[in-house]
Design a protein around this ligand. Structure first.
Ligand code: PLP
Length: 455
C-alpha cells in the first residue's frame, strides 16, 4: 500500500515514510492510493484486537509483519478498562451509544494514541533513532499523548498548553506524569498562541538541525486507521444491519475514520456531523460555504475549531481524487478567507453527510434529558451527538459516539443536572500527586531555547 498527498496525487510514499510525518512537504495530507476492502464475515466472533488486526494490516503490511502488528495491538489495548474495549449500549430500539471512554485518559483519543505509541516503539526498536514529539493541546490530546509515549527512551515529548486555561483534571493528567522524557510547558497565552509557537518551531532550522520533530495531532494517518476499527466493531455488536453514525466533530478526524470504514465495505448509510456553535462544517455541508470565522468558547472545548484540518481529505475524495482541484480551492481560501463549493460537490457531500450545530443551551438541556430518561450521565461533547440521536424518528439504526468521560467536564455536568459525575479513582488520585511543569512566557525564543537545552 502506497500513500499519496491531497496536494499531489502522483506521490507514492511507503507507510514507514509517512509514519512520523503529519503533513506532506507540499502541505497536503496523506491518503492511501486505494481503499482495501474487508470481508465482514471474517470478523465475526473475533476480539477487538483481532478485528483491529484485519482492518489495519492492509495499510501497514509493507513495513510491519502481521505478528508484529498483533503484538502492537495487544499491548495498545491491554490496559483499557472494558473487556469489549469499545462497548455499544442500547438506549432504546434502534438508538445506541458507542462508548469510547475506557482508555487510560478517559477520552476517545486514547484508542488512536495508545496504538501510535506502541507502533512508534516497535518501529524505533528495529531502527533506533531519537525523535522529538512536539504538540499543543487544549486538553485531551496532550494527556492521551503523554500517557502513550511516557517511558520510551527513544522519544522526548514536549506538550504546550495554555497556562491556567484548561480544566484542573486535564492539567493534572499531564503534569503528574513524572517521567524524564515528558516535558509540560505551560504558556502564558491562549491555545492559539501555543499552536502558533509549535507551527513555527516545526520550520525552525536550529531545531531541525538538532532533532527530527514529529507531529502527533489528528492529521497523522496512523491515528485515523486506528479509529476505523471501532466503527466495524459497533456493527459487529449490533449484528449485521445497515448502520448510521452521529459523530461529535472538531478536526473531522473521528468522522473521517467512519468514511474510511464505509469505503472499506462497512454498510454505513449516513454520517451525521454534530458541531457546537463553531459551525463551519455545517455551513460547508448545507450551502457549500467555507469561510474563516472566529472560534467561540463552548462547553465542548475539544470541538472549538473552525478550520477542520482533516476535512481536506474529504475534499480530495469529493474532487474525484484530483489534487489540482484541492490546490485551487485552498489558494482561493487563503487569498480571500472564503471558498464556495459548486453544487455538484455539495451534492456529493450530502450523499453521505448531514450536519447540525448544537448550542450550549441545547447541550446542557440534553445532558439533563438523557439523565432523567435513561439515568445516563454524558459529557458535553457526547451530548451534542445525543441531541441529534434523540431527535431521530426514522426506522434506521443510529449509533452516537461517547467521546469523553463526563467526570472530565464536571462543571458543565453540574450546571445541567445539579450534581457531578462520579470521579473514577484514577482521576481523583491525581489531586494528591506532585505536578511537574515549566511556565514560560508567550515567546517563541524562550520555548525554542528550552527545547534546545532539553532534547
Ligand atoms: C478530539 C475530540 C473531539 C473532536 O474529534 P475530531 O476527531 O477532532 O473531530 C470531540 N470530543 C472529544 C471529547 C475530543 O477529545
Amino acid at each position: 500500500m502506497k500513500y499519496l498527498s491531497t496536494r499531489d496525487h502522483s506521490l507514492k510514499k511507503s507507510f514507514n515514510e509517512i509514519l512520523y510525518q503529519g503533513l506532506s512537504k507540499d502541505g497536503g495530507l496523506y491518503l492511501p492510493v486505494e481503499w482495501p476492502t474487508i470481508d465482514i464475515e471474517n470478523l465475526q466472533n473475533k476480539s477487538y484486537e483481532d478485528v483491529a488486526l484485519e482492518i489495519i494490516f492492509p495499510f501497514v503490511k509493507e513495513n510491519f509483519s502481521k505478528k508484529d502488528l498483533q503484538n502492537i495491538l495487544n499491548e495498545s489495548y491491554a490496559n483499557f478498562r472494558h473487556i469489549k474495549r469499545a462497548p455499544v449500549k442500547e438506549l432504546e430500539t434502534n438508538k445506541y451509544i458507542l462508548e469510547l471512554i475506557y482508555g487510560p485518559t478517559y477520552a476517545f483519543k486514547d484508542y488512536a494514541l495508545q496504538f501510535l505509541g506502541k507502533l512508534f516503539s516497535n518501529s524505533l526498536s528495529k531502527n533506533p533513532k531519537k525523535i522529538t514529539v512536539l504538540g499543543a493541546t487544549s486538553g485531551d490530546t496532550g494527556s492521551a499523548a503523554i500517557n502513550a509515549f511516557k517511558k520510551n527512551q527513544h522519544i522526548n515529548v514536549f506538550i504546550l498548553h495554555p497556562h491556567q486555561k484548561i480544566s484542573s483534571i486535564q492539567q493534572k493528567q499531564m503534569t503528574t506524569v513524572n517521567e524524564s522524557n515528558i516535558f509540560n510547558l505551560a504558556i502564558d497565552g491562549n491555545f492559539d498562541d501555543c499552536q502558533k509557537i509549535v507551527k513555527e518551531l516545526f520550520v525552525d532550522d536550529d531545531i531541525q538541525n538538532k532533532t527530527s520533530l514529529t507531529a502527533i495531532n489528528s492529521i497523522n494517518w496512523a491515528r485515523l486507521i486506528a479509529q476505523v476499527v471501532y466503527y466495524f466493531w459497533s456493527h459487529l455488536q449490533i449484528k449485521n444491519r445497515d448502520i448510521n453514525f452521529i459523530v461529535p466533530s472538531g478536526n473531522f478526524g473521528n468522522i473521517f475514520s467512519a468514511y474510511v470504514a464505509k469505503q472499506m465495505g462497512l454498510p454505513i448509510k449516513r454520517l451525521h456531523i454534530a458541531t457546537n456553535k463553531n459551525d463551519i462544517l455545517k455551513s460547508i455541508i448545507t450551502n457549500g460555504q467555507m469561510t474563516k470565522k472566529i472560534v467561540s468558547q463552548t462547553y465542548s472545548p475539544s470541538m472549538d475549531i473552525q478550520i477542520s484540518s482533516n476535512f481536506e481529505r474529504q475534499m480530495f475524495e469529493s474532487f474525484d481524487r484530483d489534487s489540482d482541484k484541492v490546490n485551487f480551492a485552498f489558494n482561493e481560501f487563503y487569498k480571500s478567507g472564503n471558498y464556495l463549493f459548486s453544487s455538484d460537490i455539495i451534492n456529493n457531500f450530502k450523499k453521505i453527510y448531514d450536519a447540525s450545530s448544537i448550542s450550549d443551551e441545547e447541550t446542557l438541556q440534553t445532558i439533563s434529558n438523557i439523565f432523567e430518561k435513561y439515568n445516563y450521565i454524558s459529557d458535553p461533547h457526547t451530548a451534542t451527538g445525543l441531541k441529534l440521536l434523540m431527535d431521530k424518528n426514522d426506522e434506521e439504526t443510529w449509533v452516537s459516539l461517547a467521546c469523553a468521560h463526563p467526570a472530565k467536564f464536571n462543571s458543565a455536568v453540574k450546571k445541567a443536572i445539579n450534581k457531578e459525575a462520579d470521579i473514577p479513582i484514577e482521576l481523583s488520585n491525581l489531586f494528591d500527586k506532585k505536578e511537574k511543569m515549566t511556565i514560560l512566557p508567550n515567546d517563541i525564543n524562550k520555548v525554542k531555547n528550552y527545547l534546545l537545552e532539553n532534547i
